[in-house]
Design a protein around this ligand. Structure first.
Ligand code: ATP
Length: 351
């Protein structure tokens, strides 16, 4: 059994199943992201772990002990809420020391541990401030220090970066990840932000409609999505309706590709826009490359890349080309090439 085991967790509300048979094994020191669209059951899963929501079915084990029905305060889990939930009338130091006070730790020891926790989150010296006298990022750090100071067995973070601006979010991502690593603290965090999931964890559990669609390393999830949902939700992808020819190859926009088609049924090819390149129509096709041709509908400089929308015989696709390349004239006839092995195929969605 792993350090933290979720087995067959289920939670129903009156008219819906919020979490449906979720099982997940987390090793000690591991950081796992629960990633998925709004309403897929991420927060409910996290709250069941924290003891804030009772599961209808299933079990939770921590370090070999079943904790499914244990009250929240006896679980030794640090929870950072999306809203931070700081006490507005208490100083930063009292906010951070709150969990220690509750546990009856003596004053001198609380002061020592609070100072240590504040240093860890780079807030040394702000002990006396009230939450309202802090920026969003600083409040976030106080909430993190408060969760960490009790030395929890597991750290739970609920969309805790979503109230920060893009730049600060980026900084905090790296800081939280480095604190998590240096303390070796087992962490589960909930996010609908794929960059957050890809950069902050060892493994991602992608959730959809109350279930786990795929669990794997960030690279697995991005490079080898197991389902159409994962391919579309994590990273950008062109979903291109294709057909098969007599040799069993995929045919896209009237052109046979060196890509094996599924044996039966309607299907779409998935290719990431960054994996595609634009070349002159006259350029010969190298071995192992897939190629279609089309006309540039739109070409936009987006700072670090140029985004090109191309229209061909069977539809449209988007290409992201590297920085340095100039925008292409609209109407230009071009070829798009990519490594055939970068092509995924999934059965057409049934409505
Ligand atoms: P978000 O990213 O929007 O927070 P989420 O993935 O965390 O979404 P949950 O909050 O776990 O999703 O909710 C999952 C489903 O359960 C949703 O359909 C939600 O409406 C429903 N739900 C959650 N809490 C309750 C509740 N207390 N009563 C009734 N339904 C609920």
């Amino acid at each position: 059994m792993s350090y933290l085991e979720l087995s067959g967790l289920q939670k129903r509300y009156r008219d819906s199943v919020a979490v449906d048979d979720v099982s997940l094994s987390v090793e000690q020191g591991e950081a796992v992201a629960l990633l998925g669209p709004s309403g897929c059951g991420k927060t409910t899963t996290l709250r069941m772990l924290a003891g804030l929501v009772d599961p209808d079915r299933g079990a939770i084990h921590l370090d070999g002990t079943e904790i499914t029905r244990l009250p929240a305060h006896r679980r030794n889990m640090g929870y950072v809420f999306q809203s931070y939930a700081l006490f507005p009338h208490l100083s930063v130091a009292r906010n951070v020391g709150f969990g220690l006070e509750e546990r009856g730790v003596n004053k001198a020891e609380i002061a020592r541990q609070v100072t240590e926790a504040l240093a860890l989150v780079r807030l040394a010296g702000l002990d006396g401030r009230r939450p309202r006298e802090l920026s969003g990022g600083q409040q976030q750090r106080v909430a993190l220090a408060r969760a960490l100071v009790i030395r929890p067995a597991v750290l739970l973070l609920d969309e805790s970066l979503s109230n920060l601006d893009a730049k600060l979010r980026d900084t905090m991502r790296h800081e939280i990840r480095s604190i998590q690593r240096s303390l070796g603290i087992t962490t589960l965090f909930v996010t609908h932000d794929q960059v957050e999931a890809l950069t902050m964890c060892d493994r991602i559990a992608v959730m959809n409609r109350g279930r786990i669609a795929q669990i794997g390393s960030p690279e697995d999830i991005y490079e080898r999505p197991a389902t159409r949902f994962v391919a579309e939700f994590v990273g950008r992808a062109n979903a291109l309706p294709a057909t098969r020819n007599a040799e069993g190859h995929a045919v896209l926009w009237g052109q046979a590709l060196p890509v094996k088609a599924p044996a039966s049924g309607e299907f779409d090819l998935f290719v990431r826009p960054q994996r595609m390149r634009i070349v002159p129509v006259s350029e010969p096709v190298a071995d192992g490359m897939a190629r279609v041709t089309g006309r540039v509908l739109r070409s936009v400089f987006v700072g670090d890349h140029v985004e090109v929308l191309l229209e061909g015989a069977g539809g449209q696709l988007t290409i992201e080309t590297q920085s340095g390349s100039a925008a292409l004239p609209e109407g230009a006839e071009v070829a798009v090439i990519w490594q055939a092995r970068d092509t995924l195929s999934f059965a057409r969605e049934t409505p």
